[in-house]
Design a protein around this ligand. Structure first.
Ligand code: SF4
Ligand code: SF4
Length: 82
């Protein structure tokens, strides 16, 4: 999963780009639900939020490092439950 750092300027451009509805407005900045972020695996070749973020504040989350297979499995579970 990816994580939004405190450099986030709350510009709101990433939230609508997420195919998994993993991004939401948190208490002070936007946040990513690691249980819904597939790093865009299953939908796109690249993380869409990273592509649009103007301040480049969405790195990989070191607490949620996943393999391509694990990300694909998460994607399949997400589409199964809707
Ligand atoms: Fe959503 Fe993709 Fe960004 Fe993860 S990497 S938060 S799935 S847009
Ligand atoms: Fe924050 Fe970047 Fe998302 Fe804008 S695009 S809300 S700066 S994480």
């Amino acid at each position: 999963a990816l994580i939004i750092t405190d450099e986030c300027i709350n510009c709101d451009v990433c939230e609508p780009e997420c195919p998994n509805e993993a991004i939401y407005q948190g208490d002070s900045i936007y946040e990513i639900d690691p249980n819904r972020c597939t790093e865009c695996v299953g939908h796109f070749d690249e993380p869409q939020c990273q592509l649009v973020c103007p301040v480049d504040c969405i790195p990989l989350d070191p607490a949620f490092m996943e393999t391509e297979d694990q990300l694909m499995e998460k994607y399949e579970k997400l589409i199964a439950v809707g």
